[in-house]
Design a protein around this ligand. Sequence first.
Ligand code: RFL
Ligand code: PHB
Length: 391
Amino acid sequence: MRTKIAIIGAGPAGMFLAHLLAREGIDAVVLERRDREYVEGRVRAGVLEQVAVDLMDRLGLGARLQREGLVHGGTNLSLDGELFHIDMAALTGGRTVTVYGQQEVMHDLFDAADERGVQIIWNADEVAIEGASTDTPVVTWRSDGEQHELRCDFVVGCDGQHGVSRKTIPANVQREFERVYPFGWLGILAEVPPVEDELIYANHERGFALASMRSETRSRYYIQCDIDEKVENWSDERFWDELCLRLGEEVGARVTRGPSFEKSIAPLRSYVAEPMRWNRLFLAGDAAHIVPPTGAKGMNLAVSDVAILAEAFSEYYGEGSSAGIDHYSARALARVWKAVRFSWWFTSITHRYPDMDGFDRRIQMAEIDYIRGSIPAQRTLAENYVGLPLE
Ligand code: RFL
Ligand code: PHB
């Protein structure tokens, strides 16, 4: 088999890239280790930046998103139960975010794949990349008990933080930067109306909490938990009690409780691998970088990486210019590091750290109080939260 671009991984990065390339008439094949149900079933991101919404529209895949997505022009911060609103749209010249679950995005991307000629090979085991430093890379895999091979011009590793692509790059040409946070997020989904119209990021003495949603009838809530916490230790009752404490008396009393149908713990980490290209192998999305979910940036970065990369491939095949692919890593990383910084900062002012003393706590409280009282500080937060422009 032969194609121009071999894409490893059918998550948001891989599928957005495949659709963008299909639109430009550039042949590509996506190789995914799992099946569609598994990828679509993973409960993950909930907030799309305008860049991602615009891309769905440009691909002609935005109809359901426009219908069902919840447009948020603001967000809320809470300090020990005291809530205040940040009017992001007013602070950023009308920019908003849209609440539309990653599962819905994936559903739309997969549904349109066949009719757009986007080729996905599911259940591809033991994917390996060979010859990425030559002009003739080959991707191999096993499925149905047989060995397969795909010759291509370029390989794009969109295979997430545990994929094979990044590991293919020799250690001596890659630098890694990492921050591991000493806590995780315990999240639930429940078929109950959200407590507020917009999200609440809560800093409480007992730890961080986030009130989010998937629709007007489905809520997504998170609480900060210990890094070695077990989901089994958290009955729904215990979760709701703790969430309500952290949201404070007034908001807590308004929370509608109900049985959870998803409950999981995610560790928090910041990670960047540089560069995002090695010869004919490119990395995009979680394969190259991880951010803590506090800034809602993970999926959005995956989308902006592949928007940059698709443009570069289009220049390469359309105009015969390598300038775009040569600048991909630097251009993507400039945006990545700003999101890494924002997510790290937003985590640092909202979470309870185990080694925190009274001084650290007072500094956090002062910072949130400063944001409450300062339009420039709110604007800085808002501009980063809605997403920096694609430069
Ligand atoms: P993905 O989604 O991990 O997809 C990678 C795909 O590659 C496949 N794969 C392989 N395929 C073939 N061979 C191999 N060897 C392979 N190894 C792996 C995998 O099966 C998978 O299908 O990476 P991608 O595309 O880069 O997308 C990244 C996003 O999924 C991720 O950043 C976000 O979910 C992060 N995230 C959030 N991002 C946001 O933008 N806004 C949010 O509100 C937000 N909230 C979140 C989040 C992530 C969370 N968790 C669970 C980590 C909330 C949470 C709790
Ligand atoms: C979510 O709804 O899953 C979500 C929202 C905002 C975040 C992280 C996760 O910052």
